[in-house]
Write a protein that binds this ligand. Structure first.
Ligand SMILES: Cc1cc2nc3c(=O)[nH]c(=O)nc-3n(C[C@H](O)[C@H](O)[C@H](O)COP(=O)(O)OP(=O)(O)OC[C@H]3O[C@@H](n4cnc5c(N)ncnc54)[C@H](O)[C@@H]3O)c2cc1C
Length: 319
């Protein structure tokens, strides 16, 4: 398909730091299909734990390891803890889901390393309230069907989830340019490619530098603002006007951990707990497309809040 101007925004996938073989044992969460697969593994682990008569196997089935304590890993650990300790309380006869071990591992020395130190501490505190075992300064050496090997130990676990690394979508490698370690392509301040000014690359696939000369984070506000800016620059190019440099307006960062548990760093304040959680809920609703979506998601969330997601236990997908 020939083009005059092209915007490439193909996002990112997981990166297993040179160990693609780990993916089969430790899926990551990027798409709806990934989410369904993770839900299937999680629910099946509890079902198998319920029917096994081997206590060692039961313990392995009820051990969940999440690798990577960034926003996705923290959210995942909090969600699994809530499902085990609250949602599924009355579902089983032989096992007590509250006994599930949820282990969050990271090589860094704190959770949410891109957040302020105090908010990292608060997030860790909230995870510990949910009885998530947080292991920091631990780098993963191997993942297989039996569990996770770290430098000092082996954690036996039948469910491992990967939330540790991202790599730009491989499509971007077909473009001319230079790439960073995460496979992102270096773009100009105007968001196009130095050697192909009619091609714009934005969002998670692009290596775009902020005011402090550091790469902009792979978050949706960056992608959204770059989308609008690329469109304006293409119009300027068509009209023969000069291109404007992109300036990211950072309105802050948030991470949710569970019900009433979140941390927020907005430019004028840092807070955590219920207020941060409400802010997170509000912002995620406001940014949904069209009113009907907002209303239906709002109603589903209110329903889930009061029923504690009692209906969402579908095991779908392959055997
Ligand atoms: C689990 C999770 C939670 C997140 N939570 C937050 C959050 O709370 N706040 C936040 O700001 N950010 C969050 N992010 C990050 C945010 O989703 C991304 O930064 C943002 O979506 C990047 O936008 P993008 O347009 O670059 O890529 P994407 O939104 O990933 O879109 C890329 C699109 O390109 C398509 N595509 C890929 N390859 C091809 C191809 N070869 N041909 C055609 N189409 C292709 C993909 O199917 C996809 O639809 C989260 C991400 C994940 C995975």
């Amino acid at each position: 398909m020939p083009f005059d101007y092209l915007i490439v925004a193909t996002g990112a996938r997981h990166s297993y730091f040179g160990h693609p073989e780990w993916e089969q044992f430790a899926p990551g969460l990027k798409t709806l299909e990934d989410a369904l697969d993770i839900r299937r593994r999680l629910l099946l682990a509890f079902e198998k734990a319920e029917v096994t008569s081997d206590p060692v196997e039961r313990e392995r089935l009820m051990t969940f390891v999440i690798v990577g304590a960034g926003p996705t890993g923290v959210e995942m650990a909090g969600a699994i803890a809530e499902i085990a300790r609250e949602t599924m309380l009355r579902d089983f006869r032989h096992i007590d889901p509250r006994e599930a071990r949820i282990i969050l591992l990271d090589a860094a020395d704190r959770v949410l390393p891109v957040f302020d130190v105090e908010l990292s501490r608060k997030a860790e505190e909230q995870l510990r309230h949910l009885k998530v075992t947080v292991q920091l300064g631990v780098s993963v050496q191997d993942i297989n069907a039996e569990g996770v090997r770290t430098k000092d130990s082996f954690i036996h676990a039948r469910t491992v989830i990967w939330a540790a690394g991202n790599a730009a979508s491989p499509l971007v490698k077909t473009l001319p340019g230079t790439f960073d370690r995460a496979g992102r392509i270096q773009i100009t301040e105007a968001l196009n490619l130095p050697d192909a000014p009619c091609i714009y690359v934005i969002g998670d696939t692009a290596l775009s530098l902020g005011k402090d000369n550091k790469p902009l984070p792979g978050v949706s506000p960056v992608a959204l603002q770059q989308g609008a800016h690329a469109a304006r620059n293409i119009l300027a190019q068509i009209e023969g006007k000069p291109l404007k440099p992109f300036a990211y307006w950072n309105r802050g960062s948030m991470a949710t951990i569970g019900r009433h548990r979140a941390v927020a760093d907005v430019n004028f304040a840092k807070f955590s707990g219920t207020l941060a959680w409400l802010a997170w809920v509000f912002i995620h609703l406001v940014f949904l497309m069209d009113f009907r979506n907002r209303l239906s998601v709002f109603l589903i969330w209110v329903w889930s809040y009061f029923t504690r997601d009692q209906g969402a236990r579908l095991i779908t997908g392959k055997k």
